[in-house]
Design a protein around this ligand. Structure first.
Ligand SMILES: [Zn+2]
Ligand SMILES: [Zn+2]
Length: 277
């Protein structure tokens, strides 16, 4: 009998870009940096390891885990939560860490060894007693992390590089496009190709179109560009993500209203929000 369980369930644990922003002005949308949990049947995939991943770890507790962690890139707001992800310290757990953005002489394990190192951090990644496998991929590659789950990737336009992901399971698809800056004119063809026809696109909407000229070259995009890509590529649902810490709850409410008017059904990601596909 066909079950009614969703093909993909998402839960947002961190929706901010750049740096965490705790405090009373950020209670409704949340202040943790990028981390999204994906459930595809019994498989767990985690997108990025920003500070939001700590709360995910608390939720997962000590239940046994065999999980894929897909990193867009290794800027601090996307890996800074990893040493505080409790399940990494459970010996029976296994993690596969995927990263696609790195220059040839760099590997993910080397970057983590440099980040978790004296005098920036007290212990190296070898402190994790769990099994950790590091997989460096070329942005543009496709792979099947678990049977029945397909992942396609594309290079994004970001300082030090980043990788966009498209995850497919049981005929449904979600794209995770952060961090990226759009071209001066027209859409980024690599992004449009990757997200074409997807059910959902989570998109780097750090800025508004009005703010963007001040931040040209910083490697981020706007919610309006997200709308334009979603329209051009026939994306089902747009999810605005990687909110600028300067956008407090009131600013995000205003963006949510404008974005829904621009494209009906557009969602602004909030910490704790779940979505089913
Ligand atoms: Zn970022
Ligand atoms: Zn970045």
């Amino acid at each position: 009998m066909a079950g009614s369980a969703p093909a993909i369930t998402l839960r947002f644990w961190g929706v901010r870009g750049s740096t965490p922003c705790p405090g009373p002005r950020y209670l409704r949308y949340g202040g943790n940096t990028s981390c999204v949990e994906l459930r595809c049947g019994s498989s767990l995939l985690v997108l990025d390891a920003g500070t939001g991943i700590r709360e995910l770890g608390l939720r997962l507790g000590s239940s046994p885990l065999d999980c894929d962690l897909l990193l867009t890139h290794t800027h601090l707001d996307h890996i800074g939560g990893l040493p505080f992800f409790g399940p990494m310290y459970v010996p029976a757990n296994r993690f596969v860490l995927w990263s696609g953005h790195l220059a040839p002489q760099r590997t993910l394990v080397k970057v983590l060894q440099e980040f978790m190192a004296d005098p920036v951090f007290p212990v190296p990644p070898s402190v994790f007693p769990s099994t950790v496998e590091y997989r460096d991929i070329q942005a543009g590659a496709s792979f099947e992390p678990r049977p029945g789950i397909t992942v396609r990737t594309a290079p994004l336009n970001h300082p030090n590089r980043a990788t966009g992901y498209r995850i497919e399971h049981q005929g449904r698809s979600v794209c995770y496009i952060t961090d990226t800056e759009h071209p001066e004119t027209g859409r980024d063809p690599a992004v449009v190709d990757l997200v074409r026809g997807a059910d959902m696109m989570i998109y780097d909407a750090s800025y508004t179109d009005e703010e963007y000229p001040r931040y040209r070259g910083w490697g981020h995009s706007t919610w309006q560009e997200g709308v334009r890509i979603a329209e051009e590529a026939g994306v089902g649902r747009l999810v605005i993500f990687h909110h600028d810490p300067n956008h407090d709850d009131d600013a995000m409410d205003a963006i949510a209203e404008q974005a829904d008017r621009a494209r009906r059904g557009t969602i602004v990601a909030r910490e704790g929000m779940t979505l089913d596909l």
